[in-house]
Design a protein around this ligand. Structure first.
Ligand code: GLC
Length: 660
């Protein structure tokens, strides 16, 4: 049951996260104590607090302070409070199961036992928001009700479940072909290759550098004949350059965000000076979305939207202040402590500053509104621009995901979790993020496998892949200047091939569970507490996940580990996928087990009376037979409700058949 309350004056504008009309009720007093700009609620000692989608730290959010403020921060460390997304949903899983959605486009802070271990304290500069409270029988039903409130999740094409290779950058057609050819030579399946910012002419959105990609359309279509999809990046900032159509049209029609005097707001990102399309203005949104057509016309069928927090490297105003300040120290070589730090801080404080966000304005449906108040809606609406345009421009599903997001964007695309690092702890972080992302509707998601920045190692990449093989978006992506991390770069190519083959074998199951979760407002990745809610041990586990209705996974995320402890809340069939594309099974009792797992092996646990279908892998998803399946069963009567469709129709047109 969902109830709506208006707190203060309510949300400053409609975020359009919620798709249902609900009459607001008078007071939320039974749940929250409101005092000034804070609202608080007592937590019981056994309450698990899930939610907040893409955040740092554990899956249970207790014990830290999180700030919803879409941030371009490449250092995903425990001391941080914000990442790229703003997902203001909290689920309290205790004696009672309660869901809360704090719907506001502005900054909001969730102090979950940081100030007082037994309190959830929500605060905003001024407490104005729409609050939705969901009371349910169990956690899955609270999530289902919430998801019904925010509308159906984006459904990605089946081919986007294939293995994807990315790097900043493969800057020329020759570089892309080298990747494709090396994968072919190594006989490792490959579905997509990504084009990072260098494919553009001087980082200008919707342009192509013809010297690097002569005959782009032919190139795209030749690759497509081979079932390889090229996925270009689109950045939020549009380069300021006379004669550049996107810039000229935006200025002429007033489609860019402005300063307080109505002049296009100047900022700088990769291309140098840019303006941001005012995606909160429906006309500008339509215009920007239609710009993708130039690439679609070349045969492109997938995009990733980036730098859409929006990220600001600097603004001319503050850069001038900064340079003047530094110049004022010229010749001063004996700096005291304060002078030294004020100097170094000056440059450090240039990017993504609230001062700059506060100087930018939107024209949201005729109302001039300061960006700072609606900051968290930018990435959402940039992606919505694309998603809405694709609905008109393309007959089939389009792959689309974004870096910044807010609840509601899940109807238009997925997300990837941004610039992680080649760190072991960042494998663990994915496990914590996935269920919380699923709660807020982001089902097509994944992390940069191998880690984005820092140098990866073969063993780290292998363990990343062994978790990433279960995520709908399975993309290996790395930063410029880092060690190359395509799978063929390493000694044990055979192991990587076997792992990717296993991913392909799992695609029918993963896709079936993914689409069912989209259609039924459910989660693909669930914490154990969602199923074994009475089992204290299961409730505390954050490094094992239920994936769909048949299996539990227990990935390894420690360097040089020879295996790991796994807790089974009930007897299960363990499947150990081995390096030779074969597997062993063993029936295990409820309880704790130490399982030896070699670097090239993957564990899957099949739940009682469940069945895991496996397909014959192929070099491309499009060449696979999704009905030629073998089964691993736990129990003679095991069944599985298998969903499959053509994988491309915008409206899923498949059906369920029960496998026995
Ligand atoms: C941002 C993105 C990253 C991309 C880079 C260059 O850091 O998060 O994925 O490679 O920009 O475009």
């Amino acid at each position: 049951m969902v109830k709506k309350y208006i707190i203060g004056n309510g949300s400053i504008i409609s975020t359009e996260a919620v798709v249902k009309d609900i009459e607001p009720m008078a007071s939320c007093a039974p749940y929250f104590n409101i005092c000034g700009n804070q609202m608080s609620l007592e937590l019981m000692s056994d309450d698990i607090v899930y939610g907040l989608g893409e955040t740092l730290r554990g899956a249970n959010k207790r014990g830290w302070k999180y700030v919803s403020w879409c941030s371009d921060d490449p250092n995903h460390e425990e001391n941080k409070n914000s990442l790229y997304g703003a997902h203001n949903f909290i689920l309290i899983d205790g004696v009672k199961k309660l869901g809360f959605f704090f719907d506001t486009p502005s900054e909001i802070t969730f102090d979950i036992g940081y100030t007082d271990p037994d309190k959830l304290i929500i605060s905003m500069e001024s407490l104005n928001l729409d609050l939705y409270i969901i009371d349910g029988e169990d956690s899955p039903s609270v999530v289902k009700e919430f998801r019904g409130l925010i509308g159906r999740s984006y459904i990605a094409p089946l081919w986007s479940f294939g293995y994807q290779q990315s790097r900043w950058s493969y800057p020329t057609a020759k570089d892309v072909m080298e990747v494709v050819d090396e994968y072919k030579k190594s006989k490792i399946p490959l579905e997509c290759v990504y084009l990072d910012i260098d494919y553009m002419e001087r980082y200008k959105d919707f342009t192509l550098d013809a010297t690097k990609f002569p005959n782009f359309k032919e190139f795209v279509n030749n690759l497509k004949d081979d079932h390889i999809h090229l996925i270009p990046i689109i950045d939020a900032g549009v380069k300021v350059e006379d004669g550049y159509d996107c810039y000229m049209e935006g200025v002429k029609n007033g489609y860019f965000c402005t300063d307080k005097d109505g002049k296009p707001f100047d900022s700088a990102v990769w291309p140098g000076l840019v303006h941001y399309p005012d995606v909160l203005n429906p006309a500008a949104r339509r215009w920007f979305g239609n710009k993708y057509k130039v690439l679609i016309d070349c045969g492109i069928d997938g995009f990733w939207n980036d730098m859409n927090e929006p990220s600001i490297f600097y603004t001319p105003d503050r850069l001038t202040e900064c340079i003047d300040f530094i110049a004022s120290k010229q010749g001063k070589l004996d700096l005291n402590l304060d002078e030294y730090f004020s100097l170094t801080d000056k440059l450090r404080e240039l990017p993504n500053s609230k001062v700059d966000y506060g100087r930018m304005y939107h024209n949201a449906s005729g109302k001039l509104i300061n960006h700072e108040l609606v900051h968290n809606l930018y990435g959402y609406n940039m992606t919505r621009a694309a998603g809405e345009a694709f609905n008109e421009l393309r007959e089939e599903r389009t792959l689309l995901f974004s870096r910044a997001s807010y609840v509601g964007m899940h109807r238009y695309g997925g997300i990837w979790t941004g610039d992680n690092k080649s760190w072991w702890s960042h494998i663990e972080l994915i496990m914590h993020q996935l269920p919380n992302l699923n709660m807020v509707g982001f089902l097509y998601s994944g992390a940069d496998l191998g880690g984005f920045s820092c140098d990866t190692t073969e063993d780290l990449l292998m363990r990343f892949i062994e978790l990433g093989m279960f995520t709908p978006l399975m993309r290996n992506h790395a930063c410029i200047g880092t060690r190359r991390q395509e799978l063929y770069q390493f000694k044990h190519t055979d192991d990587f091939r076997n792992l990717i083959n296993l991913r392909y074998a799992l695609i029918p199951y993963l896709y079936s569970e993914y689409v069912k979760a989209c259609l039924n407002d459910e989660m693909l990745f669930k914490p154990l507490a969602f199923k074994y809610s009475e089992d204290k041990m299961a409730r505390s586990i954050e490094d094992q996940l239920l994936v769909g209705e048949s299996i539990m996974i227990a990935p390894i995320y420690k360097q040089n580990a020879i295996g790991r402890y796994v807790y089974l809340p009930e007897p299960m069939k363990m499947v150990k996928f081995r390096s030779n594309n074969d597997y062993d099974t063993m029936d295990l009792e409820k309880g704790h087990h130490f399982i030896n797992v070699n670097l090239n092996e993957v564990l899957v646990f099949i739940l009682p009376n469940k069945l895991l279908p496996l397909a014959k892998p192929s070099m491309r998803v499009e060449d696979m037979d999704m009905y030629d399946l073998t089964y691993i069963k736990n129990g003679n009567d095991a069944t599985y409700d298998y969903y499959m469709d053509d994988g491309v129709s915008k409206e899923p047109n498949g059906s369920i058949r029960t496998l026995k």
